[in-house]
Design a protein around this ligand. Structure first.
Ligand SMILES: Cc1cc2nc3c(=O)[nH]c(=O)nc-3n(C[C@H](O)[C@H](O)[C@H](O)COP(=O)(O)O)c2cc1C
Ligand SMILES: CCCCCCC(=O)C(=O)O
Length: 354
């Protein structure tokens, strides 16, 4: 996986590379997301018969899926000409949920169609940036439903854009000519080919979530939850899942590592809905730590984009396959046969006692 990142770094235009690699502020949270995994160690159990393993996870709209999913990342055509279509085919072929998003450079119907080229029944979720104009949000939700998405992911950690230091330095504020957020074409209030901006919604409150939930029959997960009380509120408002995430260190540069927030969120949710995590997941043992600490699945953002940039569909497949195989191997080494066999007592702080 390091090799794919290195190839992507060498081949991508530096401004595009920085857009993907960078984070907010001094990039402290970005660095801490990965470092957090180094603070934990796995404490295997023995003689438990880990011979035949089943690593599938049950998630909303994805009853039997890999425990590693593709987190939503914007603008895939910026790094590879095949863009989100290649990512979709790769995720479907590897049996992983793909979260495509509002800011994709390929329309959601074309993303789902590409996924169906690789697998008959792929799970594609749609990440929604709720728009301040309700009718625009409703139209985006309808597009996702019509395309065949099986869940919605509402990103709630972005009342305003994060200040991405590298983008500000590079003057990267707009997509280059020839690229567009295709889901934003022909929305209410514009002509059929016109593009609507993606502003954030700083005024959004919990009742807006209720309205989104009422407007769809799809399960809705909330992405960007760090506080256990917000996780409780999410469940009380009817969310079908909670994604512990700090947006890969791209929003507030003073929050904890995503992994460090996971145990409290999992405790607050108490098994009522699945809890997922993204941020800093780079190897199969990271997936194992996340699952042991209460996640039902772990998301990866940048590694998938590096795979796409380096080798297109093949590169994304290599990233997902490596994570799956490493995770399966780690599960076996920890004496587990199923994901649920990884429990919180099997994770310790490095250098500490238990
Ligand atoms: C280039 C890039 C674009 C992203 N775009 C979105 C987005 O459009 N919507 C969203 O909810 N999260 C977005 N994210 C955040 C990811 O979904 C995810 O939370 C993060 O990348 C996980 O951290 P990781 O990159 O360390 O795996 C983006 C992240 C990156 C790196
Ligand atoms: C104007 C489009 C907004 C895209 C935001 C993408 C994103 O979330 C990121 O972190 O970058």
């Amino acid at each position: 996986m390091r090799a794919l990142h290195e190839t992507a770094r060498k081949t991508l235009d530096p401004v595009r590379y920085d857009y993907v690699a960078g984070g907010a502020g001094e990039e402290r949270v970005l660095a801490d997301n990965e470092r957090a995994f180094d603070r934990y160690a796995l404490l295997p159990r023995v003689l438990r018969g880990s011979g035949t393993r089943d690593t599938s996870a049950a998630l909303p709209g994805a009853p039997r899926t890999a425990p590693v999913l593709v987190a939503p990342t914007a603008f895939h055509r910026l790094v590879h000409r095949d863009g989100e279509r290649a990512t979709a085919r790769a995720a479907a072929a590897e049996g992983a949920v793909l979260v495509t998003g509002t800011a994709a450079t390929t329309a959601v119907r074309d993303v789902v169609a590409a996924a169906r080229e690789a697998a008959p029944d792929p799970a594609v979720w749609f990440q929604l940036y709720p728009h301040p104009r309700r009718e625009v949000t409703a139209a985006l939700v309808r597009r996702a439903e019509d395309a065949g998405c099986t869940a919605l992911v509402v990103t709630v950690d972005s009342p305003v854009f994060g200040r991405h230091t590298r983008d500000l330095r590079n003057g990267f504020t707009d997509l280059p000519p020839g690229y567009a957020a295709e889901n934003m074409r022909g929305l209410p209030g514009t002509g059929p080919d016109a593009l609507t901006d993606i502003p954030m919604s700083p005024a959004a409150r919990w009742p807006d979530l209720t309205e989104t939930l009422r407007g769809t029959s799809l399960p809705v997960l909330l992405k960007g939850v760090l506080h256990p009380d917000d996780a409780r509120l999410a469940v009380e408002h009817g969310a079908a899942g909670v994604i512990v995430s700090n947006h890969g260190g791209r929003q507030c540069d003073a929050v904890p590592a995503a992994l460090d927030c996971l145990p409290a969120v999992a405790g607050a949710v108490a098994g009522r809905v699945p809890v997922l995590l993204d941020g800093g997941v780079r190897r199969g043992s990271d997936v194992a730590v996340a699952l042991a600490l209460g996640a039902a699945a772990a998301g990866v953002g940048r590694p998938v984009v590096w795979g796409l940039a380096a080798e297109g569909e093949t590169g994304v497949r290599r990233v997902l396959a490596a994570l799956r195989e490493e995770y399966d191997h780690t599960l076996a080494l920890c004496g587990g046969r199923r994901n649920a066999d990884l429990t919180a007592d099997m994770v310790v702080r490095k250098g500490g006692t238990w």
